[in-house]
Every structure is written in C-alpha cells, then in structure tokens.
Design a protein around this ligand. Structure first.
Ligand SMILES: Cc1ncc(COP(=O)(O)O)c(C=O)c1O
Length: 374
C-alpha cells in the first residue's frame, strides 16, 4: 500500500534520539533545533520519561473515560502547581487541533453564539473550526469554510470591538506568540484589551498555548507575561514530549455538564504518565529557567551576525529573520551541518524550537554553521 503523500519529506531517517540529538540509520548525529515541531520539551528519550512510561505500560496503558483514572486528577494537581493556573479545570484530549476544537465548541455552547475572531497569520490546527480559524485558505476545504471566522490584524483593538458589537462572536482565539505564522507578538495593552472586551461582550477568550506552552517561552504559558486571565487555555505539543496528548484548561465561569465534551483516547493512562513526567523533569532540571538563559545567550550570539535582520519570539521559541528566503540555507544546515531547524509562513525566517534542555555549546554549533554559510 502506498502512503497518502501529503508531506514533502527531507531525506533523513531518524532511528534513535537522545536529549538534543537524533541519529539516522547510519549513526549520523543531528542537532535538533526543531524539536519535531516544538514537541520535544524535556529532551528525546529522557530516562525519567522512558522509565515512567514503561512502568505505566506494564501496569495499564489505556482504559476509557467511563471509569475512574486517578492519574488525571494527579495531573490536574501537578499542572495547577507548575502553571499557577489554580482555578482552572482540566479536560484532556490527544492533539493541538482537538484542544482548539474543544475550546471553540465550549465557547459556542457557553455563549450560545457561533462566530469566531482569529488573527492574521494565525495557526490553530487542521480540523473543522480549528482550521477555519487558521489564516491559510489553502488548507481550508469548502466544508470548513462554512464556519464564520473573521481574521483581524494583530494589535487592532478597535476593529475587534467593532466586530464584537455585532453580538455574534462566541470566541476570540489567539496565540500570544504566533508559531507557524512567524513569531509575531503584540503588546501587553492589546492582550489586556482583548480580555476587557471579551468580558464586556460575553465572548470567550481562548489562548492557544499549543506551541508556546509548557515552559517553551520561558514562562509556563506565554500569556502570563501579559498578566491576563483567559477563559480557556489550549495545550499540546511539549505537554507529552512526543506522546500524543493535548488538553484545555477551563475557567470555572464555564460549567461542565455530562456529555458536553468527550473523547476515547484523551487523558488515558499513558498520556497522563507522559505529561506527569514532563512536569517532573521541567521542575527538577529547572528547564523554564534554562529557556530564559538560553534566549539571552542566543540573542547575544545573534548580535555578531550582521545578516540577521531581526530576532523574534521568546525563550526557546525563536525566529531568526533574514532579508532573503531561508529555504536553501535550512537545507545546507541540515545536510552539511546536520542541524534541524524549522520554517514558517514567513519565507525569510528560520524557526528555533529545540528541546528545553539545550546548552550554550549547541547554540554555538548553530552560529558557527550560520557564519560559515552567510
Ligand atoms: C499554535 C498551534 N495551535 C495548534 C496546532 C495544531 O496542533 P496539532 O498539529 O497537534 O493538531 C499547532 C501545530 O503546529 C500550533 O502551532
């Protein structure tokens, strides 16, 4: 059977990985500054993660949400402690798109309204309402286009208010640092303004922390820098360090009722063990602090490269912008220097999304390669 070819693949076959490195079938070592698309948070095959998942699998890997699963409550407790989002309630699912679907659906149930405000260059996933809220017409099928979504300019509070005045908006969904879109971030005044407007017009504020969450920005969630209280926070990627797990944190203003949301796989025993391991290692190895320190180091190194036009993002969610298309440079970094990097909607920008365990010596390798090629 042939594979349904939707991915343009690099000709690299990772068969093993350890911390910030992946190895191909010939034992060639690569530096992973991409983290498999911001997924690897605590490092590949971390011993705590491997041990906890193995142990869990030997006990019970899965049972449905029809029975008690104390691991979910344990995870909710640890997540509250790590994120400081103590008042929220947790619903678990299995991917970022699914987290946003549930967030948008919940917003619509809660407000009894149906349209959505999203922002230019947003990315929220590839399913139903999540893809309809993604600013990329190429991946929105006619079926998805039936959803009513308005894309507004990031930072334009007055147009947001004008749109909310129609009284039909169930949710504003926003990435506090844009990922796929190219690392843009607005001002604290803008995010705080959104919160005020959402409360004024009975609209749910959803912050999409699928990529920026779980310590990647140097804060547990990127919105926390702006001192806002979203109604729903969506999470995935770094949450499971590779195990497919996602979730939403829901403000108690929004009430649960039986059957409102549901999923077969969400919050299963292995997913909980993976996320609990991530939280344990984030804390034990002080990885959020490391993300902050490595950002400072990266920014200092970037000062020595005059071709860099701008360095965007925060923590270990960074975008290095040039005044030329980076496609060829990224290929050279991968095939000649054995360094994985990420792309974005902005063709001139290299995305840096490494495991949060990265050290100065790895950043040096990147800059040495960059200097050689520029
Ligand atoms: C901000 C953001 N939201 C949602 C998603 C979708 O997540 P998933 O691919 O797990 O469905 C992504 C994926 O890149 C993302 O970056």
């Amino acid at each position: 059977m042939k594979l349904f070819e939707v991915y343009p693949l690099f000709d690299v076959t990772p068969v093993r990985a350890k911390d910030v490195n992946v190895f191909d079938e010939n034992g060639v070592q690569y530096l992973d500054l991409y983290g498999g698309h911001a997924v690897i948070s605590i490092g590949h095959s971390h011993p705590t993660y491997v041990q906890n998942l193995t142990q869990q699998l030997n006990h019970i890997g899965f049972y449905s949400n029809a029975v008690q699963n104390p691991l979910q409550s344990q995870l909710a407790k640890q997540l509250a402690k790590a994120s400081n989002c103590n008042d929220y309630e947790l619903f678990m699912c299995s991917s970022g798109a699914e987290a946003n679907e549930n967030a948008l659906k919940l917003a619509s149930f809660h407000t009894n309204k149906a349209s959505v405000i999203a922002f230019e260059n947003s990315f929220h996933g590839r399913t139903s309402a999540a893809v309809a809220s993604t600013d990329n017409p190429k991946i929105i099928a006619p079926l998805n286009a039936q959803q009513n979504v308005e894309f507004l300019a990031l930072g334009d509070l007055s147009t947001v208010e004008k749109t909310l005045q129609k009284g039909t908006t169930c949710a504003i969904i926003i990435e506090c640092i844009q990922g796929v879109g190219g690392l843009d971030e607005s001002t604290t005044a803008f995010y705080q303004g959104l919160e005020v407007l959402c409360n004024k017009y009975e609209t749910v504020l959803i912050v999409d922390e699928v990529q920026s969450g779980f310590g990647r920005s140097g804060d547990f969630f990127a919105f926390q820098k702006h001192g806002i209280t979203p109604h729903i926070i969506s999470m995935a990627k770094g949450m499971g360090n590779g195990f497919p797990v996602g979730g939403i944190l829901i403000h108690p203003q929004i009430e649960a009722t039986y059957g409102l949301l549901g999923t077969t796989f969400g919050g299963n025993h292995l997913a909980c063990a993976a996320t609990l391991s991530v939280l344990e290692v984030l804390d034990a190895q002080k990885l959020m602090e490391n993300a902050q320190q490595m950002e400072v180091y990266f920014r200092n190194k970037a000062k020595d490269v005059p071709q860099i036009v701008q360095l965007k993002g925060r923590g270990l969610m960074l975008g290095v912008e040039f005044d030329f298309s980076v496609a060829a440079l990224r290929k050279t970094l991968l095939f000649k220097h054995k360094i994985f990097t990420g792309s974005s909607k902005n063709p001139n920008l290299i995305r840096i999304l490494p495991p949060l365990t990265i050290k100065e010596e790895h950043i040096d390798l990147f800059f040495n390669a960059l200097k050689q090629e520029l």
